[in-house]
Design a protein around this ligand. Sequence first.
Ligand SMILES: [Zn+2]
Length: 126
Amino acid sequence: MTQLDEATRKKLTEFIGECWHEGVIWIASARYYECHKCEKAFIARRDDYNRTFTLDADMLAVYRAIQKADRWGGFALYAGEYWYTYHWQVQKKPLSLNSWLFCLSNPAEIPERMKMVAEFIEKENI
Ligand SMILES: [Zn+2]
């Protein structure tokens, strides 16, 4: 399974308008952890407080941000070309573009789609 590097996850997080949580500290008086930048509270200590971009919710947040930026049309063309080049021609699997785009058959492919989105927003300078 594809795993996104930290720089890509940070880029996608900021693209959807959320904080890339850093410098999370323990607030003893309140008994929770808090992001140094946005002050969001976390109950449990974790190694990573940020989105993984492996979940349906992550994928939808990213796709909605593309829509909100009014770039869905361009993205759909980009994704179609990507699907045709890397999926249809190579794997020869009769999976529709939309099914592939939303990982309907295989949620484990969500990070691959998110990597494609990161490349799109980089290329388009959004
Ligand atoms: Zn934060």
